[in-house]
Design a protein around this ligand. Structure first.
Ligand SMILES: [Zn+2]
Length: 503
Protein backbone atom coordinates (compact mmCIF):
# COMPACT_ATOMS: atom_id res chain seq x y z
CA UNK A 1 0.00 0.00 0.00
CA UNK A 2 1.13 3.53 -0.74
CA UNK A 3 0.04 6.57 1.14
CA UNK A 4 -0.27 10.25 0.37
CA UNK A 5 -0.52 13.06 2.89
CA UNK A 6 -2.30 16.37 2.50
CA UNK A 7 -3.22 19.11 4.90
CA UNK A 8 -6.76 20.37 5.24
CA UNK A 9 -6.76 24.02 6.27
CA UNK A 10 -9.79 25.37 8.08
CA UNK A 11 -10.31 28.80 9.57
CA UNK A 12 -11.56 29.03 13.16
CA UNK A 13 -14.35 31.26 14.46
CA UNK A 14 -14.18 32.20 18.12
CA UNK A 15 -14.87 35.00 20.57
CA UNK A 16 -12.18 37.66 20.17
CA UNK A 17 -10.59 37.25 23.62
CA UNK A 18 -9.76 33.64 22.80
CA UNK A 19 -7.13 34.73 20.31
CA UNK A 20 -5.05 35.75 23.35
CA UNK A 21 -5.51 32.26 24.78
CA UNK A 22 -4.31 30.62 21.60
CA UNK A 23 -1.26 32.89 21.68
CA UNK A 24 -0.59 32.05 25.35
CA UNK A 25 -0.92 28.36 24.55
CA UNK A 26 1.63 28.69 21.77
CA UNK A 27 4.03 30.67 23.94
CA UNK A 28 3.95 27.98 26.60
CA UNK A 29 4.49 25.28 23.99
CA UNK A 30 7.56 27.06 22.66
CA UNK A 31 8.97 27.60 26.16
CA UNK A 32 8.75 23.87 26.75
CA UNK A 33 10.22 23.04 23.34
CA UNK A 34 13.13 25.44 24.01
CA UNK A 35 13.62 23.84 27.43
CA UNK A 36 13.84 20.37 25.86
CA UNK A 37 16.20 21.64 23.21
CA UNK A 38 18.54 22.65 26.05
CA UNK A 39 18.13 19.28 27.73
CA UNK A 40 19.07 17.56 24.48
CA UNK A 41 22.12 19.78 24.04
CA UNK A 42 23.22 18.75 27.54
CA UNK A 43 22.64 15.05 26.72
CA UNK A 44 23.64 14.78 23.08
CA UNK A 45 23.58 10.98 23.12
CA UNK A 46 19.78 11.20 23.07
CA UNK A 47 20.01 12.01 19.36
CA UNK A 48 21.43 8.55 18.67
CA UNK A 49 18.14 7.00 19.80
CA UNK A 50 14.97 6.54 17.78
CA UNK A 51 12.31 9.19 18.35
CA UNK A 52 10.34 6.85 20.57
CA UNK A 53 13.30 5.93 22.78
CA UNK A 54 14.51 9.52 22.86
CA UNK A 55 11.10 10.58 24.13
CA UNK A 56 11.29 8.05 26.96
CA UNK A 57 14.83 9.10 27.82
CA UNK A 58 13.92 12.78 27.87
CA UNK A 59 10.91 12.14 30.08
CA UNK A 60 13.15 10.21 32.49
CA UNK A 61 15.46 13.21 32.65
CA UNK A 62 12.73 15.78 33.26
CA UNK A 63 9.47 14.32 34.49
CA UNK A 64 8.91 13.29 38.11
CA UNK A 65 6.98 10.06 38.67
CA UNK A 66 6.72 7.64 41.57
CA UNK A 67 9.52 5.52 40.17
CA UNK A 68 11.55 8.57 39.20
CA UNK A 69 10.98 11.09 41.99
CA UNK A 70 13.93 13.41 41.37
CA UNK A 71 14.62 13.95 37.66
CA UNK A 72 17.94 15.54 36.63
CA UNK A 73 16.46 18.60 34.92
CA UNK A 74 12.87 18.93 36.17
CA UNK A 75 10.31 20.40 33.79
CA UNK A 76 8.20 21.35 36.81
CA UNK A 77 10.68 24.22 37.30
CA UNK A 78 8.87 25.99 34.44
CA UNK A 79 5.71 26.36 36.52
CA UNK A 80 2.30 25.06 35.49
CA UNK A 81 1.51 21.36 35.42
CA UNK A 82 1.75 20.30 31.79
CA UNK A 83 -0.59 17.68 30.29
CA UNK A 84 1.41 14.65 29.14
CA UNK A 85 0.36 14.95 25.49
CA UNK A 86 1.23 18.64 25.36
CA UNK A 87 4.65 17.80 26.79
CA UNK A 88 5.21 15.00 24.29
CA UNK A 89 4.31 17.23 21.37
CA UNK A 90 6.84 19.78 22.62
CA UNK A 91 9.51 17.08 23.07
CA UNK A 92 9.00 15.93 19.50
CA UNK A 93 9.24 19.51 18.22
CA UNK A 94 12.49 19.97 20.16
CA UNK A 95 13.85 16.66 18.87
CA UNK A 96 13.15 17.68 15.30
CA UNK A 97 14.99 20.97 15.73
CA UNK A 98 17.86 19.35 17.59
CA UNK A 99 18.33 16.70 14.91
CA UNK A 100 18.36 19.32 12.21
CA UNK A 101 20.80 21.51 14.13
CA UNK A 102 23.07 18.57 14.85
CA UNK A 103 23.22 17.47 11.22
CA UNK A 104 23.96 21.02 10.06
CA UNK A 105 26.73 21.24 12.63
CA UNK A 106 28.23 17.93 11.53
CA UNK A 107 28.21 18.98 7.90
CA UNK A 108 29.84 22.27 8.81
CA UNK A 109 32.56 20.43 10.77
CA UNK A 110 33.22 18.19 7.78
CA UNK A 111 33.55 21.17 5.46
CA UNK A 112 35.88 22.80 7.93
CA UNK A 113 38.05 19.68 8.25
CA UNK A 114 38.22 19.37 4.49
CA UNK A 115 39.28 22.98 4.08
CA UNK A 116 41.87 22.69 6.84
CA UNK A 117 43.30 19.53 5.30
CA UNK A 118 43.81 21.40 2.05
CA UNK A 119 45.44 24.27 3.93
CA UNK A 120 42.69 26.71 2.96
CA UNK A 121 41.33 29.33 5.32
CA UNK A 122 37.82 28.54 6.44
CA UNK A 123 35.66 31.55 7.17
CA UNK A 124 32.18 30.09 7.10
CA UNK A 125 30.41 30.57 10.42
CA UNK A 126 29.09 27.57 12.33
CA UNK A 127 25.31 27.06 12.43
CA UNK A 128 23.67 28.49 15.53
CA UNK A 129 20.92 26.89 17.61
CA UNK A 130 17.49 28.55 17.23
CA UNK A 131 17.40 31.87 19.07
CA UNK A 132 13.64 32.20 19.07
CA UNK A 133 10.96 29.56 19.01
CA UNK A 134 7.78 30.09 17.10
CA UNK A 135 6.36 26.67 16.45
CA UNK A 136 2.69 25.91 16.03
CA UNK A 137 1.06 23.63 18.58
CA UNK A 138 -0.01 20.17 17.45
CA UNK A 139 -2.93 18.70 19.37
CA UNK A 140 -2.20 15.06 20.11
CA UNK A 141 -5.04 12.68 20.97
CA UNK A 142 -6.36 13.67 24.38
CA UNK A 143 -5.85 17.38 23.71
CA UNK A 144 -8.91 17.60 21.46
CA UNK A 145 -12.35 15.96 21.33
CA UNK A 146 -15.85 16.10 19.85
CA UNK A 147 -14.76 17.01 16.36
CA UNK A 148 -17.60 17.49 13.89
CA UNK A 149 -17.80 19.11 10.47
CA UNK A 150 -18.48 22.48 12.08
CA UNK A 151 -16.73 22.47 15.46
CA UNK A 152 -14.00 21.04 17.66
CA UNK A 153 -13.20 21.17 21.37
CA UNK A 154 -9.57 21.98 22.16
CA UNK A 155 -7.64 21.93 25.42
CA UNK A 156 -5.60 25.13 25.65
CA UNK A 157 -3.53 27.02 28.17
CA UNK A 158 -5.27 30.35 28.65
CA UNK A 159 -2.37 32.00 30.41
CA UNK A 160 -3.71 31.06 33.85
CA UNK A 161 -5.26 27.60 33.55
CA UNK A 162 -5.96 24.66 31.24
CA UNK A 163 -9.35 24.94 29.67
CA UNK A 164 -11.50 23.03 27.19
CA UNK A 165 -12.95 25.42 24.64
CA UNK A 166 -15.27 24.83 21.73
CA UNK A 167 -14.44 26.60 18.46
CA UNK A 168 -16.36 26.70 15.22
CA UNK A 169 -14.68 25.55 12.02
CA UNK A 170 -15.33 26.77 8.48
CA UNK A 171 -13.71 25.74 5.23
CA UNK A 172 -13.11 22.53 3.40
CA UNK A 173 -14.48 19.47 5.16
CA UNK A 174 -12.42 16.42 6.00
CA UNK A 175 -12.89 13.65 3.44
CA UNK A 176 -14.78 10.72 4.95
CA UNK A 177 -12.35 7.92 4.02
CA UNK A 178 -9.08 9.50 5.14
CA UNK A 179 -7.01 8.78 8.20
CA UNK A 180 -6.82 11.92 10.35
CA UNK A 181 -3.58 13.06 11.99
CA UNK A 182 -3.08 15.48 14.89
CA UNK A 183 -4.49 18.91 14.05
CA UNK A 184 -2.32 21.99 14.64
CA UNK A 185 -3.34 25.47 15.68
CA UNK A 186 -1.71 27.93 13.29
CA UNK A 187 -1.61 31.68 13.83
CA UNK A 188 -1.62 33.67 10.58
CA UNK A 189 -1.79 37.41 10.98
CA UNK A 190 -4.78 38.00 13.25
CA UNK A 191 -6.50 34.75 12.39
CA UNK A 192 -6.13 31.29 13.83
CA UNK A 193 -6.44 28.25 11.62
CA UNK A 194 -6.70 24.56 12.19
CA UNK A 195 -4.43 22.48 9.95
CA UNK A 196 -5.22 18.78 9.87
CA UNK A 197 -2.92 16.34 8.07
CA UNK A 198 -4.81 13.50 6.44
CA UNK A 199 -3.45 10.30 5.01
CA UNK A 200 -4.97 8.55 2.08
CA UNK A 201 -4.03 4.93 1.48
CA UNK A 202 -4.22 3.31 -1.92
CA UNK A 203 -2.73 0.24 -3.53
CA UNK A 204 0.70 1.27 -4.76
CA UNK A 205 1.10 1.60 -8.52
CA UNK A 206 3.45 -0.89 -10.20
CA UNK A 207 6.95 0.46 -10.99
CA UNK A 208 7.08 2.32 -14.31
CA UNK A 209 9.40 -0.26 -15.81
CA UNK A 210 6.93 -3.05 -15.10
CA UNK A 211 4.00 -1.06 -16.45
CA UNK A 212 5.83 -0.24 -19.67
CA UNK A 213 7.40 -3.63 -20.33
CA UNK A 214 4.55 -5.94 -19.37
CA UNK A 215 1.45 -4.15 -20.67
CA UNK A 216 1.26 -2.75 -24.20
CA UNK A 217 -1.92 -0.85 -23.29
CA UNK A 218 -0.22 1.15 -20.55
CA UNK A 219 -1.05 4.76 -21.26
CA UNK A 220 1.44 7.53 -20.60
CA UNK A 221 0.99 11.28 -20.53
CA UNK A 222 4.04 13.19 -21.79
CA UNK A 223 4.41 16.88 -21.01
CA UNK A 224 6.50 19.50 -22.76
CA UNK A 225 6.92 22.62 -20.61
CA UNK A 226 7.58 25.83 -22.49
CA UNK A 227 8.48 29.44 -22.00
CA UNK A 228 6.06 30.66 -24.70
CA UNK A 229 2.27 30.91 -24.68
CA UNK A 230 1.77 27.14 -24.45
CA UNK A 231 2.98 26.70 -20.89
CA UNK A 232 2.43 22.94 -21.10
CA UNK A 233 1.65 20.67 -24.03
CA UNK A 234 0.46 17.22 -23.02
CA UNK A 235 0.03 14.16 -25.19
CA UNK A 236 -1.42 10.79 -24.34
CA UNK A 237 0.03 7.71 -26.01
CA UNK A 238 0.09 4.00 -25.34
CA UNK A 239 3.28 2.00 -25.02
CA UNK A 240 2.61 0.55 -28.49
CA UNK A 241 2.71 4.08 -29.91
CA UNK A 242 -0.94 4.92 -30.51
CA UNK A 243 -1.52 8.64 -29.95
CA UNK A 244 -4.82 9.19 -28.15
CA UNK A 245 -5.11 12.86 -27.22
CA UNK A 246 -3.38 16.22 -27.02
CA UNK A 247 -3.98 19.15 -24.72
CA UNK A 248 -2.50 22.64 -24.89
CA UNK A 249 -2.40 24.52 -21.61
CA UNK A 250 -1.85 28.20 -22.25
CA UNK A 251 -1.44 31.24 -20.06
CA UNK A 252 2.22 31.88 -20.89
CA UNK A 253 1.71 35.18 -22.66
CA UNK A 254 -0.53 36.58 -19.97
CA UNK A 255 1.80 35.77 -17.07
CA UNK A 256 4.76 37.03 -19.05
CA UNK A 257 3.05 40.37 -19.65
CA UNK A 258 2.10 40.60 -16.01
CA UNK A 259 5.65 39.87 -14.86
CA UNK A 260 7.09 42.37 -17.31
CA UNK A 261 4.84 45.09 -15.96
CA UNK A 262 5.65 44.37 -12.31
CA UNK A 263 9.40 43.98 -12.90
CA UNK A 264 9.39 47.23 -14.86
CA UNK A 265 7.73 48.99 -11.97
CA UNK A 266 10.30 47.58 -9.56
CA UNK A 267 13.14 48.72 -11.82
CA UNK A 268 11.65 52.23 -12.06
CA UNK A 269 11.17 52.46 -8.28
CA UNK A 270 14.76 51.40 -7.75
CA UNK A 271 16.00 54.00 -10.19
CA UNK A 272 14.05 56.68 -8.33
CA UNK A 273 15.38 55.85 -4.86
CA UNK A 274 18.85 55.02 -6.16
CA UNK A 275 19.80 52.87 -3.18
CA UNK A 276 18.59 49.53 -1.94
CA UNK A 277 18.67 48.98 1.79
CA UNK A 278 20.82 45.98 2.66
CA UNK A 279 19.10 42.99 4.20
CA UNK A 280 15.70 44.47 3.52
CA UNK A 281 13.31 43.61 0.72
CA UNK A 282 12.60 46.61 -1.46
CA UNK A 283 9.25 46.88 -3.23
CA UNK A 284 7.95 44.11 -0.95
CA UNK A 285 4.34 44.44 -2.09
CA UNK A 286 5.23 44.18 -5.78
CA UNK A 287 7.43 41.15 -5.22
CA UNK A 288 4.70 39.47 -3.21
CA UNK A 289 2.19 40.10 -5.98
CA UNK A 290 4.56 38.54 -8.51
CA UNK A 291 5.24 35.55 -6.30
CA UNK A 292 1.54 34.87 -5.70
CA UNK A 293 0.72 35.04 -9.38
CA UNK A 294 3.53 32.62 -10.30
CA UNK A 295 2.53 30.23 -7.54
CA UNK A 296 -1.10 30.37 -8.58
CA UNK A 297 -0.36 29.59 -12.22
CA UNK A 298 1.99 26.73 -11.29
CA UNK A 299 -0.81 25.18 -9.24
CA UNK A 300 -3.41 25.63 -11.95
CA UNK A 301 -1.25 24.28 -14.76
CA UNK A 302 -0.07 21.28 -12.73
CA UNK A 303 -3.65 20.49 -11.69
CA UNK A 304 -4.81 20.60 -15.31
CA UNK A 305 -1.97 18.32 -16.43
CA UNK A 306 -2.94 15.74 -13.83
CA UNK A 307 -6.67 16.07 -14.61
CA UNK A 308 -5.95 15.50 -18.29
CA UNK A 309 -3.76 12.47 -17.55
CA UNK A 310 -6.39 11.01 -15.24
CA UNK A 311 -9.24 11.62 -17.66
CA UNK A 312 -7.45 9.52 -20.27
CA UNK A 313 -6.49 6.76 -17.89
CA UNK A 314 -2.75 7.51 -18.01
CA UNK A 315 -0.77 5.82 -15.25
CA UNK A 316 2.60 7.41 -15.98
CA UNK A 317 3.46 11.08 -16.31
CA UNK A 318 6.70 11.99 -18.06
CA UNK A 319 8.63 15.26 -18.30
CA UNK A 320 12.07 16.10 -19.58
CA UNK A 321 14.83 17.07 -17.16
CA UNK A 322 14.90 20.83 -16.97
CA UNK A 323 18.60 21.42 -17.40
CA UNK A 324 20.14 24.75 -16.48
CA UNK A 325 18.88 28.28 -16.69
CA UNK A 326 20.33 30.02 -19.71
CA UNK A 327 20.77 33.65 -18.72
CA UNK A 328 19.24 36.11 -21.16
CA UNK A 329 20.58 39.48 -22.13
CA UNK A 330 18.55 42.65 -22.14
CA UNK A 331 16.58 44.79 -19.76
CA UNK A 332 16.06 43.97 -16.11
CA UNK A 333 12.43 43.05 -16.72
CA UNK A 334 13.37 40.69 -19.55
CA UNK A 335 16.08 38.90 -17.59
CA UNK A 336 13.86 38.65 -14.52
CA UNK A 337 10.99 37.39 -16.61
CA UNK A 338 12.91 34.54 -18.19
CA UNK A 339 14.37 33.54 -14.84
CA UNK A 340 10.93 33.36 -13.28
CA UNK A 341 9.56 31.44 -16.23
CA UNK A 342 12.33 28.90 -15.73
CA UNK A 343 11.54 28.57 -12.03
CA UNK A 344 7.92 28.16 -12.98
CA UNK A 345 8.73 25.04 -15.00
CA UNK A 346 10.40 23.50 -11.96
CA UNK A 347 7.40 24.31 -9.82
CA UNK A 348 4.88 22.90 -12.28
CA UNK A 349 6.91 19.70 -12.43
CA UNK A 350 7.12 19.41 -8.65
CA UNK A 351 3.44 20.10 -8.08
CA UNK A 352 2.34 17.83 -10.91
CA UNK A 353 4.43 14.98 -9.52
CA UNK A 354 2.85 15.38 -6.14
CA UNK A 355 -0.69 15.78 -7.42
CA UNK A 356 -0.28 12.83 -9.79
CA UNK A 357 0.90 10.59 -6.98
CA UNK A 358 -2.35 11.27 -5.15
CA UNK A 359 -4.13 9.80 -8.15
CA UNK A 360 -1.84 6.77 -8.24
CA UNK A 361 0.09 8.13 -11.25
CA UNK A 362 3.90 7.90 -11.20
CA UNK A 363 6.19 10.56 -12.66
CA UNK A 364 9.42 10.11 -14.58
CA UNK A 365 11.87 12.35 -16.40
CA UNK A 366 13.85 11.78 -19.56
CA UNK A 367 16.90 13.27 -21.24
CA UNK A 368 15.95 16.66 -22.75
CA UNK A 369 18.58 16.58 -25.48
CA UNK A 370 17.10 17.63 -28.83
CA UNK A 371 13.53 16.69 -27.92
CA UNK A 372 12.36 19.59 -30.10
CA UNK A 373 14.60 18.75 -33.04
CA UNK A 374 13.61 15.14 -33.45
CA UNK A 375 10.65 13.87 -35.48
CA UNK A 376 8.22 11.89 -33.34
CA UNK A 377 7.31 9.68 -36.30
CA UNK A 378 10.65 8.79 -37.93
CA UNK A 379 13.31 10.20 -35.52
CA UNK A 380 14.68 12.38 -38.33
CA UNK A 381 15.84 15.97 -37.86
CA UNK A 382 12.96 18.42 -38.22
CA UNK A 383 12.61 21.92 -39.62
CA UNK A 384 11.05 24.52 -37.34
CA UNK A 385 9.50 27.61 -38.86
CA UNK A 386 6.94 30.35 -38.51
CA UNK A 387 3.64 30.58 -40.32
CA UNK A 388 3.98 32.49 -43.59
CA UNK A 389 7.70 31.84 -43.82
CA UNK A 390 9.56 29.20 -45.85
CA UNK A 391 9.78 25.82 -44.14
CA UNK A 392 13.52 25.57 -43.63
CA UNK A 393 16.19 25.85 -40.93
CA UNK A 394 15.51 25.80 -37.25
CA UNK A 395 14.13 28.84 -35.43
CA UNK A 396 13.81 28.09 -31.70
CA UNK A 397 10.53 28.98 -30.06
CA UNK A 398 8.35 29.26 -33.19
CA UNK A 399 5.23 27.12 -33.49
CA UNK A 400 5.44 24.99 -36.65
CA UNK A 401 7.40 21.88 -37.46
CA UNK A 402 7.99 19.86 -40.62
CA UNK A 403 9.90 16.63 -41.07
CA UNK A 404 11.57 16.55 -44.51
CA UNK A 405 12.04 12.74 -44.26
CA UNK A 406 8.46 11.62 -43.60
CA UNK A 407 6.54 14.85 -44.30
CA UNK A 408 5.14 14.97 -40.76
CA UNK A 409 3.74 18.47 -40.23
CA UNK A 410 2.31 20.05 -37.14
CA UNK A 411 2.81 21.91 -33.90
CA UNK A 412 6.41 21.93 -32.68
CA UNK A 413 5.58 21.65 -28.98
CA UNK A 414 3.20 18.77 -29.58
CA UNK A 415 5.95 16.98 -31.51
CA UNK A 416 8.38 17.57 -28.63
CA UNK A 417 5.85 16.22 -26.17
CA UNK A 418 5.44 13.04 -28.23
CA UNK A 419 9.22 12.62 -28.39
CA UNK A 420 9.44 12.94 -24.61
CA UNK A 421 6.88 10.15 -24.23
CA UNK A 422 8.73 7.93 -26.70
CA UNK A 423 12.00 8.40 -24.85
CA UNK A 424 10.49 6.89 -21.75
CA UNK A 425 9.19 3.90 -23.69
CA UNK A 426 12.51 3.52 -25.52
CA UNK A 427 14.42 3.52 -22.24
CA UNK A 428 12.79 0.31 -21.09
CA UNK A 429 12.50 -1.20 -24.54
CA UNK A 430 16.26 -1.12 -24.98
CA UNK A 431 17.05 -2.31 -21.51
CA UNK A 432 14.95 -5.43 -21.89
CA UNK A 433 16.43 -6.29 -25.32
CA UNK A 434 20.01 -5.76 -24.30
CA UNK A 435 19.72 -7.38 -20.92
CA UNK A 436 22.99 -9.19 -20.33
CA UNK A 437 22.65 -12.84 -19.36
CA UNK A 438 23.29 -13.70 -15.75
CA UNK A 439 26.56 -15.66 -16.29
CA UNK A 440 28.23 -12.56 -17.68
CA UNK A 441 27.22 -10.62 -14.64
CA UNK A 442 28.60 -13.29 -12.40
CA UNK A 443 31.89 -13.37 -14.24
CA UNK A 444 32.26 -9.64 -14.04
CA UNK A 445 31.50 -9.52 -10.36
CA UNK A 446 34.01 -12.29 -9.69
CA UNK A 447 36.82 -10.38 -11.34
CA UNK A 448 36.24 -7.22 -9.45
CA UNK A 449 35.74 -8.57 -5.99
CA UNK A 450 38.89 -9.96 -4.44
CA UNK A 451 37.46 -9.27 -0.97
CA UNK A 452 34.84 -11.95 -1.35
CA UNK A 453 37.41 -14.68 -1.22
CA UNK A 454 37.70 -14.20 2.52
CA UNK A 455 34.10 -15.05 3.16
CA UNK A 456 33.37 -17.99 0.92
CA UNK A 457 30.48 -19.23 3.01
CA UNK A 458 28.54 -16.04 3.11
CA UNK A 459 29.06 -15.64 -0.62
CA UNK A 460 27.77 -19.10 -1.37
CA UNK A 461 24.61 -18.55 0.60
CA UNK A 462 23.75 -15.04 -0.36
CA UNK A 463 24.78 -14.89 -3.95
CA UNK A 464 21.69 -15.92 -5.93
CA UNK A 465 19.13 -13.64 -4.38
CA UNK A 466 21.43 -10.66 -4.19
CA UNK A 467 22.49 -11.05 -7.77
CA UNK A 468 18.93 -11.25 -8.91
CA UNK A 469 18.02 -8.16 -6.97
CA UNK A 470 20.93 -6.29 -8.48
CA UNK A 471 20.11 -7.55 -11.92
CA UNK A 472 16.50 -6.48 -11.83
CA UNK A 473 17.55 -3.02 -10.78
CA UNK A 474 20.08 -2.69 -13.52
CA UNK A 475 17.37 -2.89 -16.17
CA UNK A 476 15.91 0.37 -15.13
CA UNK A 477 18.22 2.58 -17.11
CA UNK A 478 18.72 3.00 -20.80
CA UNK A 479 21.67 1.75 -22.74
CA UNK A 480 23.90 -1.24 -22.49
CA UNK A 481 26.68 0.95 -21.23
CA UNK A 482 24.48 2.12 -18.45
CA UNK A 483 23.76 -1.43 -17.49
CA UNK A 484 27.38 -2.36 -17.10
CA UNK A 485 28.06 0.74 -15.06
CA UNK A 486 25.26 -0.12 -12.75
CA UNK A 487 26.52 -3.64 -12.36
CA UNK A 488 29.74 -2.32 -10.94
CA UNK A 489 27.82 -0.32 -8.43
CA UNK A 490 25.84 -3.33 -7.50
CA UNK A 491 28.80 -5.61 -7.16
CA UNK A 492 30.32 -3.22 -4.66
CA UNK A 493 27.00 -3.18 -2.82
CA UNK A 494 27.03 -6.91 -2.75
CA UNK A 495 30.57 -6.86 -1.48
CA UNK A 496 29.66 -4.60 1.33
CA UNK A 497 26.75 -6.75 2.34
CA UNK A 498 28.76 -9.91 2.07
CA UNK A 499 31.74 -8.71 3.95
CA UNK A 500 29.75 -7.41 6.82
CA UNK A 501 29.02 -10.67 8.66
CA UNK A 502 32.70 -11.71 8.53
CA UNK A 503 34.10 -8.57 10.00
ZN1 LIG B 1 9.70 12.27 -39.71
Amino acid sequence: MAKATTTIRQVLNYQPHRAAWFAANQTLFNQIAAFYFEVIQAHEKVLDLSNKDALTALEMLTHATKKNPIPVMPLAALGAAIPAMFRRAAINAALGSARSFSSHLQKWRKRKEKAMAKGKTFTERPPVPPRTWNKSVPFYAGQWKERSASSIVLKVWTGSCWSWIKVRITGRELPPDAEIGSPSLIGRGKEWWLHTPIEKHFSSPAPIEKQVTTNAHTTICAVDLNLNEQTAVCTIQTVEGTILATRFIGGGREISGFRKKQLGRIARNRRKTGIIAEGEQDNAALWRKLGHRDEDLAHRVSARIVQFAKAHGATVLVFEHLGHLKPEKGKYSRRGNSKRAFWMKGRILRYAKYKAYHEGILTSRVNPRNTSRECARCYGVVVRYQQGQPAQGYTPGVPLVLCPQCAMKGNADRNASLVIGQRLIARYGQASQEKPPTPLLRQERGEKSPGVAVCQDAKGQEEPSLLQAGHADSNEHGTAQDVSLRMDEHSSDILRQLRFPCE
